[in-house]
Design a protein around this ligand. Structure first.
Ligand code: ZN
Length: 312
């Protein structure tokens, strides 16, 4: 009989703890190069279980300060990133790059400004435009809905500095070269090449062992961006999601998209429907079936590829 009020009280405590002042559970950073750290987040969509955290926040320690790339999905995730970053250096964060408009990559900006109010935030001009025109509220609400309100208290801190294709940012002895596109993963994507260390931060233009949600992008653009990533011949590739590594996982993505698009093209010309194409292409791509998000994104990609071909 006494159990009910006790449980109710516990439930109240739990929900009172989650929210504006919370911090995502700690994930350790990996030192991937002399001055570069990456927290490889768990793969999957934001959820209560992962407390919204599922991307790859990274930072580079320069002589003048720290450059952060994609500080995470919420203020709670960003605070965890700040705490981990502080274990690796006492220097302040001076710059933040956001690779694209999807909120899992930039809603952590708020936590950076909490700690270092003068940090400069940089992104694709179309990312800034979209964020100012409603993508901010869209992603804040989506993140809250998917995590049962865990990310509540997160505010949109929208970058103010635009990065152009080919532009180089020289920061503390390091060169950050921008490779941007308007038709790849989100149509607002930056890939950031750290020239001296030959590291390419691909954003979500390349994922590692994960089937991409391409609802905001195009196949043509993502294939072009994957080719470009390979052509840059980096020593290390840091994807938006999944483990960092050499060019092998980038080449795997290239084969995946080339196969999917050419097969859809072939069967579309034969007058086949998406449900007829699906088992044929699934068989051709069976090596990819254990990749993250296969179930949620593979079928959708076939429908999206058909739409794209119809618009040609
Ligand atoms: Zn993402």
């Amino acid at each position: 009989m006494r159990l009910v009020p006790l449980l109710a009280a516990l439930a109240f405590c739990t929900s009172a703890l989650a929210g504006p002042n919370d911090v995502v559970r700690a994930y350790p950073p990996q030192k991937v190069s002399a001055d570069t750290y990456v927290i490889h987040g768990p793969q999957g969509v934001p959820s209560k279980a992962n407390q919204s955290f599922m991307n790859n926040p990274s930072w580079i320690i320069t002589t003048d300060g720290v450059v952060v790339i994609d500080p995470g999905s919420s203020v709670q995730a960003g605070r965890m990133v700040v705490a981990q970053l502080r274990k690796t250096t006492r220097k302040p964060v001076t710059h933040v790059f956001n690779t694209h408009v999807h909120g899992d990559h930039w809603l952590g900006n708020q936590a950076i400004l909490e700690a270092w109010p003068n940090a400069t935030m940089i992104a694709h001009p179309d990312m800034i435009k979209l964020a100012k025109n409603g993508a901010d509220a869209f992603w804040i609400k989506l993140m809250s809905d998917m995590t049962g309100g865990y990310t509540d208290g997160t505010r949109a801190v929208i970058p103010t500095i635009e990065a152009a294709n080919g532009q180089e940012f020289k920061i503390g002895g390091k060169t950050f070269r921008i490779h941007s596109s308007t038709d790849a993963h989100s149509k607002t994507d930056l890939m950031i090449e750290m020239v001296e260390d030959r590291i390419l931060f691909t954003g979500d233009n390349v994922l590692s062992r994960q089937v991409m949600n391409l609802r905001d992008g195009t196949f043509k653009g993502i294939i072009k961006a994957t080719d470009q990533a390979l052509a840059l011949n980096a020593r290390l590739y840091v994807p938006g999601h999944g483990q960092s590594g050499d060019r092998a996982f980038v080449a795997e993505q290239k084969v995946y998209f080339d196969t999917l698009l050419s097969e859809v093209r072939r069967m579309y010309a034969e007058g086949k429907n998406d449900y007829e194409m699906k088992p044929v292409i699934a068989e051709k791509l069976k090596a990819y079936k254990d990749w993250a998000e296969w179930e949620s994104n593979f079928g959708q990609q076939i429908s999206l590829a058909i739409l794209e071909i119809e618009q040609e």
